[in-house]
Write a protein that binds this ligand. Structure first.
Ligand SMILES: [Mg+2]
Ligand SMILES: [Zn+2]
Length: 186
């Protein structure tokens, strides 16, 4: 059975650098999982506006043995609890647990994680906003036929400069709060 979508459809978020602070040494525990300013409220506002909010995240720290599934679940419990307290809801969270050399089809920039969400909701991805901070998020979105959106948090400022002033099809916002405000207002 496919899950029903909210009236505004699906929005897909990257996690690290978009919702929470990223770390060069990986985010390995719920304690290390620290939301960026305004991100929790932004998710809640998307959800209250009728979007179904899903998350698609590379978590190669699993393959690298830096944390385990139970630590990952604890991070996501914290995320869901904070969003819930703000009056919103995070729906499906999908992760790629593989490393860069594992040859999987889900690690972004490949579109596998996004396609998994499309199957879960039995919904096409065209026009679905995919909000990320890295080039691989944008590439995955394009490969899946979704709409890439870049935020300047996390790796985003660096990613923006790599676009060389030619953002092309990519809308760029300061952070998730700014992107969400535009999506909610549309
Ligand atoms: Mg990221
Ligand atoms: Zn994978």
């Amino acid at each position: 059975m496919a899950s029903a979508l909210g009236p505004r459809g699906l929005v897909i978020l990257d996690r690290d650098g978009v919702i929470n602070r990223d770390s060069k040494t990986f985010v390995k525990s719920a304690d290390e999982w620290i939301p960026l300013p305004g991100s929790i409220e932004a998710i809640a506002s998307l959800s209250r506006a009728g979007f179904t909010v899903a998350i698609a995240s590379n978590q190669s720290g699993l393959a690298r043995g830096l944390f385990d599934r139970s630590a990952l679940r604890a991070m996501h419990r914290k995320l869901r609890r904070l969003v819930g307290a703000a009056g919103g809801r995070v729906d499906r969270i999908v992760v790629c647990p593989h490393g860069p050399d594992d040859g999987c089809s889900c690690r972004k920039p490949l579109p596998g994680l996004l396609q998994r969400l499309a199957r879960h909701y039995d919904a096409p991805l065209d026009g679905v906003p995919v909000i990320g901070d890295s080039g691989r998020d944008l590439e995955a979105a394009r490969a899946a036929g979704a709409t890439p959106i870049l935020v300047r948090t996390g790796n985003g400022a660096r990613t923006e400069s790599s676009l060389g002033g030619q953002p092309g099809d990519v809308a760029v916002y300061d952070d998730l709060a700014a992107a969400a405000a535009v999506l909610v207002g549309e």
